[in-house]
Write a protein of this length. Structure first.
Ligand code: SF4
Length: 102
């Protein structure tokens, strides 16, 4: 019988390959960008992380103030939930950590 791996754990292994956390000392995600041209207003990101994202008057997702301080797990899930990959996550040095370039 296979052991069930929680989705958040899978995310860590498959996407970042590093520990993800909301601890400021170990937090990886420091900047979030929503590519407005890609956003189709599906609101999935808002459902997954309502403290980080909201919809603007044009029905495009925007990052709320201090949204980048939400836990890495939740932000990663929100970015992964976006059907058009409109959410880009960056580390403290400005390197893109999601989505991964192939
Ligand atoms: S999930 Fe993606 S497409 Fe949907 S509102 Fe958020 S950024 Fe826009």
């Amino acid at each position: 019988m296979s052991k069930k791996v929680p989705d958040a754990q899978k995310n860590k292994n498959l996407v970042l390959g590093k520990d993800v956390s909301s601890d400021p000392k170990t937090k990886l995600i420091h900047r979030i960008e929503v590519v407005r041209e890609l956003c189709i207003g599906a609101t999935t990101c808002v459902v997954v992380s309502p403290q980080a994202f909201e919809m603007d008057d044009d029905s495009i997702a925007v990052v709320k103030e201090n949204g980048e301080k939400i836990s890495d797990d939740e932000l990663l899930m929100a970015a992964q939930s976006c059907p058009t990959a409109a959410i880009i996550l960056y580390d403290k040095d400005g390197n893109k950590i999601f989505p991964k370039d192939n």
